[in-house]
Design a protein around this ligand. Structure first.
Ligand SMILES: [Zn+2]
Length: 316
């Protein structure tokens, strides 16, 4: 009897000591939460959210138009839907994801916009219900007037699924009982696709073409910050791209910049008909650098007058 009682007592003492040690110990530190960009004020300015699969896609496809909007005080946000953690021939994983996040943050400071990188592995994006909810919430939070994405036919599965996810959200952003935790949008945004060269099942149509002549140097400055991708060659680069002599390094930088300048000149040539439509025959013929966009069938379908309001620099 006595021994059973003492065992009971010892048990109670031990539980008491454990409780005291838990109460007295420091709480475990919270895992660091990445800071999310602040939401812009509701000041009547346009609100644009651009989705790209990787931390460089939005900058490449819409860096120029973002500069034009931002310079007029409109609110632009770039979202990289994956963290880019396999996008380098040498580096990978967390360190690469952090490096690429820092790169797009630097680019965003040059462009004057907000940027966010979602923590989804590069090369592994799927059009899941969870991701549809994430995209829907991001569009609603930003109270977007315009949403941009890749088209759903594209060589890269992550690009394709960003296109699918954004299209899947195009109706859901207005449905109050889908993700009821974030207020639905009253007006359906205009959804636009970035330009690409893919032909099947249907080629890209340049419904809107924008002259970048006023901002091209700044766009090239922003692209210059994405070193892991363009200077070092990204997933398919190699050590051969990185000369050790400073003079050759400077030359490589100039070559990359010149290649991007040539690329946006190519777009001006390719989408000349659309440029002439929006800028008039004479001005449109002289545009040197361009970006172009296709209007998605889902979401609001803007007429010419509304497009001119959404792109207030068209024709300038
Ligand atoms: Zn990409």
């Amino acid at each position: 009897m006595a021994s059973r009682y003492s065992r009971h007592l010892v048990g109670l003492v031990l539980i008491g000591m454990l409780a005291l040690s838990i109460a007295g110990s420091q709480p475990l530190p919270e895992p660091a939460q990445p800071a999310r960009p602040a939401l812009p004020p509701e000041d009547g300015k346009l609100r644009i959210v651009c989705f790209g699969a990787h931390p460089d896609d939005c900058e490449l496809k819409a860096g120029g138009v973002a500069l034009l909007w931002a310079a007029r005080g409109h609110h632009v946000k770039f979202v990289s839907v994956t963290n880019g953690d396999i996008g380098h021939w040498r580096d990978a994983g967390g360190p690469l994801a952090r490096r690429r996040k820092a790169e797009v943050e630097k680019a965003a400071r040059i462009l004057g916009i907000a940027t966010e990188v979602l923590d989804i592995h590069d090369g592994e994006l799927l059009p899941t219900l969870e991701n549809r909810r994430t995209i829907t919430r991001l569009i609603r939070e930003w109270k977007a007037d315009i949403v941009m994405s890749h088209r759903p036919n594209d060589y890269h599965p992550d690009h394709r699924y960003v296109g699918v996810l954004v299209q899947d959200s195009a109706f859901m952003v207005g449905v109050p009982n889908f993700c009821p935790d974030v207020r639905p949008l009253k007006a359906n945004p205009v959804f636009l696709f970035y330009s690409d060269n893919f032909q099947r099942p249907n080629p890209f149509t340049a419904d809107i073409a924008v002259s970048l002549d006023a901002v091209i140097e700044k766009k090239l400055d922003a692209l210059d910050t994405l070193e892991s991708q363009f200077y070092e060659g990204g997933a398919l680069g190699s050590a051969d791209l990185l000369p050790s002599e400073p003079a050759k390094q400077a030359q490589r930088r100039r070559d990359v910049r010149a290649a991007f300048a040539a690329r946006s000149q190519g777009f001006a040539t390719k989408y000349r008909a659309s440029l002439e439509q929006w800028y008039g025959k004479e001005k449109g013929a002289k545009v040197q650098h361009a970006e172009a966009f296709e209007i998605c069938e889902y979401g609001r379908r803007p007429d010419r007058k509304e497009i001119a309001k959404l792109f207030p620099f068209l024709g300038e």
